[in-house]
Design a protein around this ligand. Structure first.
Ligand code: 2U9
Length: 368
């Protein structure tokens, strides 16, 4: 394609011009038919239409300039026709796109099934925890979070579990190793309840306080169908002047009705926790049989669901070391705590707590 020089023209009559231009157009068509790929198309363009060394430029300078005046018009017309033909060939070649081989190489099978993107959903424990929190948020409670790795002081000592006290045995604890050189109150452990966050809240905020703390806790327990060494709690704290046990009963009765339905009843039994005095266990009327008695409630008509009590003055005394407003002679308060898994198991009819943490999509997708 590159070495064919434009010959000189001897005669400029119409027949000679037609023959000379037809020969050039035939060459251009043959070259265009063999074009394959972008680089070849560009080479064709330069060879024929290039401003300085293109063949048409050469035709123009060799033939037009040497033509006698009376042949120039016809020659110009033939030249323009050839140029249009070459440009048409170029356009067709450029628009023809990649070769069949290139297309075949990158072909995809559009009949294959696509990758299915599953829609995410809230985990049933997160959902239950959020439901509990919103019941209290609607009563004006704020929401707090805090560290899962705590000191012995915040998890136990300030909650009225002194070092060596037998009450510590009720919350068998996972501790961080190699802490022996530290004073006991500074030793680190995995929190066994979210109560330390309430103490930290009191230390940084004067009364009144109304707060709920959702979060993960850990206890050194053997896993079985209803126990897990890691579980979730929502604890609450209300401190103000003249807070009474009636306020506690009214608040929790309302919360249980909001969570389980307005026909649910509550009853309170004396209990013991180091951090509350008096303390109570709360039962709700059985949500499965409506209180008549069934296998789920062991025929009692009642199910034990949470614990509560009036905050012990000894706990307020720890808060008062940093915030004098927590003087137990001036204020009072109630607190409560509930296990999220237990509530989720009841609400959704789950028989094995391990299902929540096994990551089995057959279980989890039921909540999507
Ligand atoms: C402060 C003072 C008092 C939080 C409370 C309970 C009663 C309780 C259990 C329920 C099931 C834990 O998850 S569970 O095992 N909790 O019974 N928790 S009163 O009392 C507080 C908290 C913070 C400053």
């Amino acid at each position: 394609m590159m070495n064919d020089e434009i010959p000189n023209l001897d005669s400029f009559d119409e027949a000679s011009l037609d023959a000379a231009f037809a020969a050039l157009e035939a060459q251009a068509r043959a070259a265009a038919a063999a074009l394959d790929g972008e680089a070849a198309v560009e080479a064709f363009r330069l060879h024929w239409l290039g401003r300085k060394q293109g063949r048409l430029n050469e035709v123009s300078s060799r033939w037009l300039k040497s033509a006698p005046a009376e042949a120039k018009k016809l020659l110009g017309m033939r030249f323009n026709a050839l140029k249009a033909a070459v440009e048409g060939l170029l356009e067709a070649a450029a628009g023809s796109g990649p070769s069949d081989a290139a297309l075949a190489a990158e072909a995809i099978d559009i009949t294959l099934p696509g990758t299915q993107r599953l829609t995410g959903a809230e985990h049933p424990i997160t959902r239950t925890m959020n439901e509990i929190v919103s019941v209290f948020a609607a009563l004006g409670y704020s929401v707090g979070v805090g560290p899962e790795v705590e000191t012995d002081f915040y998890n136990f000592e300030c909650m009225n579990f002194p070092p060596g006290h037998p009450a510590r045995d009720t919350q068998d604890t996972l501790v961080v190793a190699n802490q022996e050189r530290r004073p006991q109150r500074d030793r680190l452990l995995l929190r066994t309840h979210t109560s330390p966050v309430q103490m930290r809240t009191m230390e940084s905020h004067p009364p009144p306080v109304r707060i709920v703390i959702p979060g993960k806790v850990h206890r050194n327990e053997a896993d079985d169908a209803t126990h897990s060494s890691m579980f979730h709690q929502v604890e609450g704290l209300c401190v103000d002047t003249n807070i009474t046990f009636s306020d506690l009963k009214g608040t929790l009765d309302h919360a249980m009705k909001a969570l389980f339905g307005s026909s649910v009843k509550t009853r309170f039994f004396p209990s013991f926790f180091p951090f509350t005095e008096p303390s109570a266990d709360v039962q709700i009327s059985c949500i499965f049989c409506g209180g008549k008695g069934c296998r789920k409630c062991k025929n009692s008509g009642w199910i034990e669901l949470l614990g509560c009590g009036m905050v012990d003055p000894a706990v307020f005394a720890f808060a008062a070391e940093k915030q004098s407003g927590y003087d137990p002679k001036k204020i009072s308060g109630f607190a409560f705590g509930m296990g999220v898994e237990r509530i989720a198991m009841m609400k959704y009819g789950v028989g094995d707590i391990g299902q929540f943490f096994g990551g089995d999509m057959r279980f989890l997708s039921q909540f999507a």
